[in-house]
Write a protein of this length. Structure first.
Length: 102
């Protein structure tokens, strides 16, 4: 059984933010976020190819960067959860296994 990329994106975004809040150490939170994003992109590449993986990586990076200004408007946790939900949905769509057509 394989881990779905959407789980890795969610773990990376929420886990990275939680580490930043708990440890107040940006490097550790960055490492958690990077590991989640890179792991999800690699799983997506294996399942669907390079193009979808690059698109997922771009979406993940945009969600991570976009959550910061969004947090000023709606709060930190709501912004992280919004970015996470969006990225997880994109990961689910992009990482569907390629199945042969009949």
């Amino acid at each position: 059984m394989s881990v779905p990329p959407s789980l890795l994106t969610s773990t990376g975004l929420i886990g990275g933010f939680a580490v930043a809040r708990a440890a107040r150490h940006r490097r550790w939170s960055g490492a958690v976020a990077a590991a989640g994003g890179l792991g999800a992109a690699e799983l997506c590449r294996r399942r669907s190819g390079l193009g979808p993986a690059l698109l997922l990586g771009t979406t993940y990076g945009a969600a991570l960067a976009g959550s910061h200004p969004l947090a000023r408007k709606i709060g930190a946790w709501p912004a992280v959860l919004t970015a996470t939900a969006t990225t997880a949905a994109v990961a689910g769509l992009l990482s569907r296994r390629n199945r042969p057509t009949r």
